[in-house]
Design a protein around this ligand. Structure first.
Ligand SMILES: [Zn+2]
Length: 237
């Protein structure tokens, strides 16, 4: 076993031993910060990150992650929907929805629960999303997922706030639509774009914006013209 494999194995083992504790993210804080608060700095970090996504996805499915059964109602500030923010997952297009839930938990929820200064009411508490599906708590960032073959899957309900775009104000007033796959350097399939249009027609008063228009430091969902693909349905956006 080489050094990288050893690090992956030991880290996964350490997480497996702690993940069912209600304060697992405090026990594992240094790892959480190292692997999920910024992009991986090395190939080893990338491998550990994905091994942990897989571990946490599996543990979420089996109800083996320590989570709150009750807690803050993060949806209390939901506003009428004004925007549909378009994302890509930046991953393999076949990524499982439990892996997307694990990614949301580790990259979106832990930074809030570890931030004593800005979220004193959440800090140190068992993590709680207020979002449930089939009796399991879920941490999806998006309301909809579209696969390359055009299949659409609902992840969050519209009355729920998805933590998808980095701006709480816009999260409160938007739905997040994610194209599964990485479209940094290629266009989504025509089937995916057809579904995106079809979906968008179900939100007739809503303006479509690519994620990169909300946060100009990022490329999501790639450089293809996401809004052109969405806003032409009635020509008045
Ligand atoms: Zn995005």
């Amino acid at each position: 076993m080489n050094n990288a494999e050893q690090i992956v194995k030991e880290t996964v083992q350490h997480w497996r031993e702690n993940l069912n504790r209600l304060n697992w993210y405090l026990c594992l804080e240094s790892d959480v910060r190292r692997y999920f608060f910024h992009s991986p700095k090395s190939d080893v970090e990338k491998r550990v990150r994905w091994a942990l996504y897989d571990l946490v996805a599996d543990a979420l499915e089996k109800g083996q992650v320590g989570l709150g059964k009750d807690g803050i109602n993060w949806d209390a500030e939901r506003k009428p929907i004004q925007f549909a923010v378009i994302h890509h997952s930046g991953t393999n297009p076949n990524i499982s929805i439990s892996c997307l839930s694990a990614m949301g938990l580790l990259r979106l929820y832990t930074p809030v629960y570890l931030n004593q200064k800005e979220y004193p009411e959440a800090y140190g508490q068992p993590i709680y999303s207020h979002h449930w599906r089939d009796n399991e708590q879920v941490f999806y960032a998006y309301h909809w997922l579209i696969r390359p073959d055009g299949t659409m899957e609902r992840l969050l309900e519209d009355h729920q706030i998805g933590w998808h775009c980095g701006s709480w104000t816009i999260n409160c007033a938007s739905v997040g639509i994610c194209l599964a796959g990485n479209y940094s350097s290629k266009e989504p399939t025509s089937s995916a774009l057809r579904s995106l249009n079809k979906l968008f027609k179900t939100y007739p008063t809503v303006k479509a914006v690519p994620h990169r228009a909300v946060n100009r430091r990022i490329q999501c969902p790639g450089s293809w013209s996401a809004t052109e693909s969405c806003n032409h349905h009635d020509g008045d956006h």
